[in-house]
Every structure is written in C-alpha cells, then in structure tokens.
Design a protein around this ligand. Structure first.
Ligand code: S3P
Length: 176
C-alpha cells in the first residue's frame, strides 16, 4: 500500500452526512474533527453568508483551497470533512489524497434534498428545485469524487452511527 498522510477525509455532496458522520468518526477515533467550511469562516472572520455575498463563489473557492491545504498538512491526525465542491479543484484533490484515506459519502439526490429541508445555508441550493440541482451537481461532480476517493460508502438508509461504523470498517482495512 502507498503510504499517505494520517487523516480520514470525507467528501461528497451537500447533505451526504460529512459533518455528522465525520464528528462521530472523530469521537470514535479520539481525534479532532475539522470542517473545511468552518476553517474558511474562521480565517475570513465573517459569517459564511457574508463571505459568499462579498467575495462570490470564486473568492470562497480560493479560501477553501487554503483551508484544504492547511488541514491536509496538519501533523495531528484529523477527521476532515470537505465542503461538497472542494474536489473540483485539482490542487485539493492532490492534497486530500496525499493527506490520508478519502471516503466518498454518497446518497441519491432526492435523499440529500430531503435531509436539507429547511436548511438555507447553502447558496448553491438557493432558488430552484433542490433535487434537480443536486442531481446536476451529482452528475457533474461524480468523476471528481471518484478520482479523489479511495472508497465509497452509501449513507442512504443508514443512521449516523451505522454510517460511521461502515466508514471506520473501511478505514481499518486501509490502515491494517
Ligand atoms: C458547497 C458545499 C458546502 C459549502 C458551499 C459550497 C458545494 O459545504 O462548501 O456552500 O459546492 O457543494 P457542505 O458540502 O458541507 O454543505
């Protein structure tokens, strides 16, 4: 096996469970959890919606690249949840793969949309039918997720606890 960094990295679309499953994995592994969106907001010093309004998606992506690089380079073993679009950037794909084992959390767009009902924190889902938007994002991003991930875990029909257990089972086989 090619030796890589110590992190457990979670990628996938909005609503895939990266934060909830990632936090549970971090508890079980006794290591810190970081979310790249939170790193971006902390570095910017303004709330996410203000940042997006002021700098647009391109400004956010530039900051996200720094956040991904910082997290991946951390000497402390982490569980890293990436914003859903982080894998679109080839620098991020390289940094994440170098940083550790990458798990793609997957669920059908309709399931993702149902998990995000009442959540208005995702600008890419503002206006329009969310399941349709998520289907488009799933189609356009599938190759990037596939290129980044070592393993895919379906979260549909699984509780957070079950999904975390499935992730850690794969994790252990990668670290055996
Ligand atoms: C995005 C996903 C969001 C956040 C931003 C853009 C995307 O993170 O980074 O709204 O492009 O899919 P989550 O996947 O954590 O919701």
């Amino acid at each position: 096996m090619v030796r890589r960094g110590p992190h457990l990295v979670l990628v996938g679309l909005m609503g895939a469970g990266k934060s909830s499953v990632g936090k549970r994995c971090a508890e079980l592994l006794h290591r810190p959890f970081v979310d790249t969106d939170d790193l971006v907001v902390a570095a910017a010093g303004v709330p996410f919606d203000e940042l997006w309004a002021a700098e647009g998606e391109s400004g956010f992506r530039a900051r996200e690249r720094v956040a991904v690089a910082d997290a991946a380079a951390s000497p402390t073993p982490l569980v890293i949840a990436c914003g859903g679009g982080a894998v679109l950037d080839p620098h991020n794909r390289r940094a994440l793969r170098a940083g550790g084992v990458v798990v793609w959390l997957e669920a059908p767009p309709a399931v993702l949309a149902s998990r995000l009902v009442g959540d208005d924190t995702r600008p890419l889902l503002a206006g329009g039918d969310r399941a349709t938007t998520l289907t488009r994002l799933a189609d356009t991003r599938a190759a990037a997720y596939e290129a980044t991930a070592d393993v895919t875990i379906a979260t549909d029909g699984r509780t957070v606890e079950e999904a975390a257990a499935a992730v850690l089972e794969e994790w252990r086989s990668w670290n055996a």
